[in-house]
Design a protein around this ligand. Structure first.
Ligand code: S3P
Length: 430
């Protein structure tokens, strides 16, 4: 499906930001291990999170939809998962396959994971290696580098101390979830802090988690206790498209309601403010263990910025749209230490460079990042989404703020933000 987006004069109004993808996944996974039903509100009913729900159902957990964004998850306790009758399909979702591989590594039954062509190209060795150190037997295609993956019971796994070679919340979470079923404590140390939703939710479920700087340690629990209700905050990664669009379209003013502002995710706000953006956090509050705010963003003149490896995990999914902001900023933007972008739903350093170039942008791809000199004039063009939701939405923002765009394969926005194109019409002022 192709989507045509016209140039937009100004964006004005208020929208609710849909539920956080990372937290929605985790709410169904951990909810499915509790002794009691867990109600989830503001769940993100996107394709990725529905893949997790469907895998958990295949593992014997009841996941009932009460409404479009409301679920009740009812498992059979920490040791209550059962052998799936068929192959588990993670679809396009790296979070589903990596976290659930960790969760299943210590189970006394056999399971097999697959996914779509994009997911089957993404590296799985990063979770298989630490899980093997714990005593798990996980094998995959291509010498255990890629899905399909088979998880073979070994009669028990043990806790380890693992130093991760990359900052990745998916790898960290896979190890911590395996650690719930291990003999002894499991600790993980990462080079830079990545999102900590797993740690926060485990604590909310009564699991002993200790954290010191870049190391997190989990003690295997007997059961998972409260909470009986998880209210998922809005996804800052979805809000990011509007933060950038309203900043670069002159005269715009937009309020984004109910956005998760966990400090491990707010790199995009810090970065845009350091570039000169006008973003205010109002009505700051807590949704369970996660901080939430409404974000008010007004158009502003931006200047270029240099980003180094340490901030990258705090804005990893926002780099494609940040590249768009950089095109409208005065001066040079340099992004370094972002090589992890090469193993996302597409190689995002290559795909964003390729697509923005079609709009006439001058953007240079480096082995671990991007160099962009702004401001630049963009022209209308036909672009491709490369089966990558965040590339589709990032180029959509570039088109809105310049001369329009047509995006081939735009339906992939359903992976994380099914209503994205409708919201353009909510905010557009002719
Ligand atoms: C996620 C972690 C990040 C992120 C992905 C979601 C998560 O991936 O890019 O969209 O929910 O843990 P990595 O951990 O592989 O960097």
């Amino acid at each position: 499906m192709s989507e045509k987006i016209k140039s937009i004069k100004v964006l004005k109004g208020t929208i609710n930001i849909p539920g956080d993808k990372s937290i929605s996944h985790r709410s169904v996974m951990l909810g499915g291990l509790a002794d009691f039903p867990v109600k989830v509100t503001n769940f993100l009913p996107s394709a990725d999170c529905l893949s997790t729900a469907s895998c958990m159902r295949s593992l014997g957990v009841s996941v009932k939809r009460l409404g479009p964004t409301e679920l009740v998850v009812k498992g059979n306790g920490l040791r209550g998962l059962t052998e799936p009758a068929d192959v588990l399909d993670a679809g396009n979702s790296g979070t589903t396959i990596r976290l659930l591989t960790g969760l299943l590594a210590g189970q006394p039954f056999f399971s097999v994971f697959t996914g779509d062509p994009s997911l089957r190209r993404r590296p799985m060795g990063r979770v298989i290696t630490p899980l093997a150190k714990m005593g798990a037997d996980v094998r995959g295609r291509g010498n255990s580098r890629y899905a399909p993956l088979a998880i073979i019971p070994t009669g028990g796994i043990k806790g380890i101390e693992y130093v991760m070679p990359m900052a990745s919340a998916q790898v960290k979470s896979a190890i911590l979830l395996a650690g719930l079923f291990a003999d002894g404590e499991t600790s993980v140390t990462e080079p830079y802090l990545s999102r900590d939703h797993t740690e926060r939710m485990l604590e909310a479920f009564g699991v002993k988690v200790s954290r010191e700087h870049l190391t997190v340690k989990v003690t295997p629990p007997k059961t998972l206790t409260a909470p009986e209700h998880i209210d998922v905050p809005g996804d800052i990664s979805s809000a990011a498209f509007w933060l950038v669009a309203a900043t670069i379209i002159p005269g715009s003013k937009v309020t984004l309601k109910n956005v998760g502002v966990n400090p491990t995710r707010t790199g995009i706000i810090d970065c845009l403010i350091s570039m000169g953006a006008n973003i205010t956090l109002v009505n700051q509050r807590l949704a369970g263990e996660e901080p939430v705010a409404d974000l008010v963003v007004e158009a502003a003149e931006l200047s270029g910025v240099t980003l180094e490896a340490e901030i990258i995990p705090r804005l990893i999914d926002e780099i494609p749209v940040l590249a768009v902001a950089a095109l409208f900023a005065k001066g040079q933007t340099i992004i370094r230490g972002a090589e992890e972008l090469r193993v996302k739903e597409s190689d995002r350093l290559t795909t964003i460079t390729k697509e923005l170039t079609k709009l006439g942008a001058k953007i240079m791809e480096t082995p671990d990042g991007l160099i962009i000199d702004g401001p630049q004039q963009l022209a209308a063009a036909n672009c491709e989404a490369h089966d990558d939701h965040r590339i589709a939405m990032a180029v959509a923002v570039a088109g809105m703020a310049s001369s329009g765009i047509e995006i081939e394969g735009a339906e992939c926005v359903a992976i994380s933000y099914p209503d994205f194109f409708n919201e353009i019409n909510t905010l557009r002022q002719e």
